[in-house]
Design a protein around this ligand. Structure first.
Ligand SMILES: NC(=O)c1ccc[n+]([C@@H]2O[C@H](COP(=O)([O-])OP(=O)(O)OC[C@H]3O[C@@H](n4cnc5c(N)ncnc54)[C@H](O)[C@@H]3O)[C@@H](O)[C@H]2O)c1
Ligand SMILES: [Zn+2]
Ligand SMILES: [Zn+2]
Length: 389
């Protein structure tokens, strides 16, 4: 089959690789009809995620048609149309039973590597390094889905792929980010990052009762989408001082809820921006925590900081004192996608939201390598890429 494979920093290629096969009776094989590129893929593309190997198949936002099921799969059959969550979860360990699917205890065969780095291992993820299980990803013609009874959600309606595809990741991720922010009726919610995750966090903040949403980025078309589609007020962090502006907007109090939808590759401004970039290049810190620092500083006393943005290792110079003294709550995590599939599919089917608004590029899988570059460089108005094998 054809698949997008990782060959090192900035080097994604379309290779011909062996078709996946059922290796466990709980597996299913899916023929992919649509598959997206995520901001998380950029951390792999830019070489920040350890334990990637040359030739690894990328991708964790897939959907398609079931073409084969293992003997123990009960909920799926050949011909079913499904969206596959990026988190691989067994459905029966303590964490899965608590609905903490991205923390599944059974789905990472390389748990030992993750345990050494983090203390305990989170769930396995599709196409996201050997530390996270070494699973082949879904930017390919076919995908092996482990625990096929637990993950995939069946799509019985005739909604087009681009309306349901983002149930695999970014819609639940934006939604969990807003839920984790503990939004109360009328709250002011500030969202850093107007990429796809930020856009869904904005939509979800309104669904959960926000009174005001402020979105922060520097890419004009992303800010415009946040304003026009997301009804948010916007701040361009390169044009204005974010802290000053947020204080002016909230009478000096700060936003009640802050969402970091940027993560490890945040752009810094001024001297600290340069210092972090240098430290990261020299491996003195793994992440560039500009947004984390800014959000902690801006958040109102007693407020909540929700972090869907991905971080990979150690951060430097985090103002833990202000976090503690201002009594902030922090919530984060890879998304427990399986928890949100049914309720968010229902919202799509009811017409509350059409997630396809983020799509700017629909291209054949063969153009994947160019699309990675376009998406990374935020060129050509690119906000979200959907590839079709
Ligand atoms: N928790 C999860 O399960 C989960 C799932 C999907 C994605 N993510 C993470 O969410 C983050 C966003 O994903 P995306 O697909 O929207 O990525 P993206 O790269 O398309 O968007 C990131 C945006 O942040 C903006 N940005 C950079 N520095 C900034 C700053 N200092 N202040 C404000 N904005 C800034 C960029 O201009 C860009 O528009 C990534 O870290 C991704 O890995 C997490
Ligand atoms: Zn993702
Ligand atoms: Zn589990």
């Amino acid at each position: 089959m054809r698949a997008l494979c990782w060959h090192g920093e900035g080097d994604v290629r379309v290779d011909t690789v062996p078709d996946p096969e059922i290796v466990n009776p709980h597996d299913a094989i899916i023929e992919i009809t649509a598959t997206a590129i995520c901001g998380s893929d950029l951390h792999l593309y830019d070489g920040y995620v350890p334990t990637m190997q040359e030739g690894d198949v990328l991708g964790h936002e897939p959907m398609g048609e079931v073409v084969e099921v293992g003997s123990a799969v009960e909920n799926l059959q050949e011909g079913d149309r499904v969206v596959v969550p990026f988190t691989i979860s067994c459905g029966s360990c303590w964490f899965c039973e608590e609905d903490l699917y991205s923390l599944c205890d059974n789905s990472n065969p390389n748990a030992e590597i993750a345990r050494k780095m983090m203390g305990q291992s989170p769930a396995g993820l599709f196409g996201y390094s050997h530390m996270m299980g070494g699973y082949a990803g879904g930017q390919a013609e076919y995908l092996r889905v482990p625990y096929a009874d637990v993950g995939p959600v069946k799509i019985d309606s005739d909604l087009p792929d681009e309306q349901v595809l983002f149930l695999s990741d970014i819609f639940p991720t934006g939604y969990m980010a807003a839920e984790n922010a503990d939004i109360e009726e009328g709250d002011t919610v500030a969202v850093w990052g107007c990429g796809p995750v930020g856009q869904f966090a904005i939509q979800s903040a309104w669904m959960l009762g926000a009174g005001r949403v402020v979105a922060i980025d520097r890419v004009p078309e992303r800010l415009q989408m946040a304003r026009e589609h997301g009804d948010a007020e916007t701040i361009d962090f390169e044009e204005e001082d974010v802290y000053d502006r947020l204080m002016a907007m909230t009478g000096g109090r700060g936003p009640d809820r802050c969402i970091d939808a940027v993560g490890t590759e945040a752009h810094g401004t001024g001297v600290t921006g340069v210092v972090d970039k240098v430290k990261q290049e020299m491996h003195l810190e793994a992440d560039r925590p500009h947004v984390l620092r800014q959000a902690i500083r801006c958040c109102r006393k007693g407020g909540t900081l929700s972090v869907p943005g991905v971080y990979l290792g150690h951060v430097d110079d985090l103002p833990f004192g202000s976090l503690m003294n201002k009594a902030l709550t922090v919530k984060t995590g890879q998304t427990h996608v399986q928890r949100y599939l049914d309720p968010l599919l229902e919202r799509i089917e009811d017409g509350d939201i059409d997630p396809s608004f983020v799509v700017t590029h629909q291209e054949p899988l063969e153009n994947g390598p160019e699309m990675y570059e376009t998406f990374r460089d935020k060129e050509d108005g690119c906000i979200k890429v959907v590839l079709t094998p």
